[in-house]
Design a protein around this ligand. Structure first.
Ligand code: HEC
Length: 143
């Protein structure tokens, strides 16, 4: 009888654990109600804006006002991503929150401000900070 109870308890805990694991991975891959998967936000918004900005800030930097404005546009989109990643129940834990809400949000805002001033050194330093968020979050959450 005692043994049976132990097994029942064990089974309940195991099933509960599976349900919890399922929920948290669902939040990482997709929000609770909006249809866009995290990988599409990454592929469609994060990656192209990160690459576009990185390319523009290379060497002697954006060539003219139009190019600086495009760099600012990329930084602004990365900034919005720092909000999207926190919306709709997508954020599973403190590592994610720190990467999105602090590292990416501050780094992108500083990059945007530097692009508006056309300050290449400041833009590169801030962009480096923003991209530290990619590695931090991926290390913990990208399978
Ligand atoms: C707060 C967390 C977080 C941050 C910050 C983050 N990512 Fe991601 N990224 C993920 C997760 C989670 C996945 C895996 C999604 C999946 O496969 O379901 C992913 C996947 C990707 C992918 C693969 C997408 C695909 O097509 O499968 C790319 C590319 C990517 N991220 C680029 C970036 C870049 C560039 C940055 C920084 C500018 C960044 N990510 C910042 C969480 C993050």
């Amino acid at each position: 009888m005692r043994r049976n109870r132990m097994w029942t308890l064990f089974a309940v805990l195991a099933v509960g654990g599976l349900i919890l694991a399922g929920t948290s991975s669902a939040q990482v891959k997709k929000g609770k109600s909006r249809p866009a998967a995290t990988k599409y936000l990454m592929r469609g918004i994060m990656q192209p804006n990160c690459k576009g900005l990185g390319d523009l800030l290379k060497d002697s930097g954006p060539a003219d006002d139009k190019a600086w404005d495009t760099a600012a546009c990329h930084a602004a989109c990365l900034s919005e991503m720092s909000h999207l990643l926190m919306d709709d129940g997508r954020c599973p834990d403190a590592v994610w929150a720190e990467a999105a809400k602090t590292t990416l949000r501050e780094g992108a805002a500083e990059t945007l401000a530097a692009c508006e001033k056309k300050d290449l050194a400041a833009a590169n330093a801030a962009f480096k900070k923003a991209t530290a968020a990619c590695a931090a979050c991926h290390k913990a959450h990208k399978k």
